[in-house]
Design a protein around this ligand. Structure first.
Ligand SMILES: C[S@@+](CC[C@H](N)C(=O)[O-])C[C@H]1O[C@@H](n2cnc3c(N)ncnc32)[C@H](O)[C@@H]1O
Length: 329
């Protein structure tokens, strides 16, 4: 219980060392806190204590000369490696999320969205006015996608699909992975205007072979989504939305898709029982930040039904997310 209660000490230390770029500075060789403090503009004694504490939970290793090195876990805090969690470490414990979680009790009082109580507006409106936070947010979603996209792409069955829209696909990590795995497929990356501008510059689309098969389209998914595709995929999107908004988005996909089109909702489907579950934790993050939720199979089935869709099947993946596949009723 003590470990659980002090969990936030660790997440905030990880945030601080991510902001100071410590893992990137340790990429080539071990260094002392003094050397790292000089390079990062931090206090050497305080930095030593934070690094020593993080070494005690497996993130760094300190040697007899008081030099710190990265462990395999610590390597994930580098910004430039496969499997990087650097942007996620900048984003998740950042002040705007932190202060929202501090107001969890206000969500408990009446089921309202803590973020909106604290910041006075919906999270994507707030992010939309803060290009720096939005850019880090999109990159941090890219960190998750880099882990999840291969598993999702491997689970998809896209026979007969020539065009796929990634609805609110951020910088397009998932779409790029799916396009690589399906060489004849064409993709449309759809998101808010600022995000699409950033996506065009993202290293994800550096390869000409890949970028020639994608179209970038911006808009608001609650108004409409690009028309005429065979499939619409959305990862971590339906979970952002309360039932009313989720039905609106699904109806927009239903209206936009080709006659025999499919909707592919990629989210954590809440399992029964008490086993460890990423979805059950993420669900509370949605309560706090967005007003959305993770859903059970039955809840997905009823939500899809309200949008004129029927749940065709749920494909498990090798990551905690599933693909909820729907077709027109
Ligand atoms: C939780 S992120 C998921 C991103 C991506 N699908 C992934 O899995 O990494 C939510 C995305 O929804 C986008 N978004 C939020 N509101 C939107 C709207 N009204 N219309 C289009 N995109 C929106 C955000 O810009 C962001 O990229």
């Amino acid at each position: 219980m003590l470990d659980l209660l002090v969990g936030y000490w660790i997440s905030r230390m990880l945030h601080a060392v991510a902001r100071a770029g410590i893992a990137d500075r340790l990429a080539k060789a071990p260094q002392t806190a003094k050397q790292l403090a000089q390079a990062s503009g931090t206090n050497a004694a305080a930095l030593h204590r934070v690094l020593r504490a993080l070494a005690s939970v497996g993130v760094f290793k300190e040697d007899k000369q008081r030099r710190f090195a990265l462990t395999p876990l610590g390597e994930t805090l580098r910004s430039d490696v496969a499997g990087s969690m650097h942007a996620f470490a900048l984003m998740m414990p950042d002040d705007y999320n932190w202060s929202s979680w501090a107001a969890l009790e206000r969500s408990l009082e009446d089921g309202g969205v803590a973020f909106e109580r604290v910041h006075g507006q919906r999270i994507f409106d707030w992010l939309g006015r803060r290009p720096r936070e939005m850019e880090v947010f999109s990159r941090s979603m890219g960190n998750l996608s880099a882990m999840e996209a291969p598993a999702v792409a491997a689970a998809l069955e896209l026979d007969g699909v020539r065009t796929l829209v990634d609805v609110a696909g951020a910088h397009g990590g998932l779409l790029a992975t799916i396009l690589k795995a399906n060489p004849k497929l064409r993709g449309v990356l759809f998101d808010l205007p600022d995000v699409i501008e950033q996506a065009r510059q993202s290293p994800v689309w550096r390869s000409r072979a890949l970028s020639s098969r994608v179209e970038f389209v911006s808009g608001d998914y609650l108004q409409e989504v690009p028309a005429g595709a065979d499939a619409y995929i959305m990862k971590y999107i339906v979970h952002d939305l309360d039932d009313g908004r989720a039905v609106k988005l699904l109806k927009n996909c239903r209206r936009a898709m080709n006659q025999r089109g499919r909707v592919l909702v990629v989210d954590a489907v809440i399992p029964p029982g008490n086993d460890p579950s990423w979805g059950k934790l993420l669900d509370v993050n949605m309560l706090v930040l967005t007003g959305g939720s993770e859903r059970t199979r039955e809840e997905f089935s009823s939500l899809l039904g309200r949008a004129g869709l029927r749940l065709a099947r749920i494909l498990a993946t090798a990551c905690p997310l599933s693909v909820v596949e729907a077709a027109a009723v």
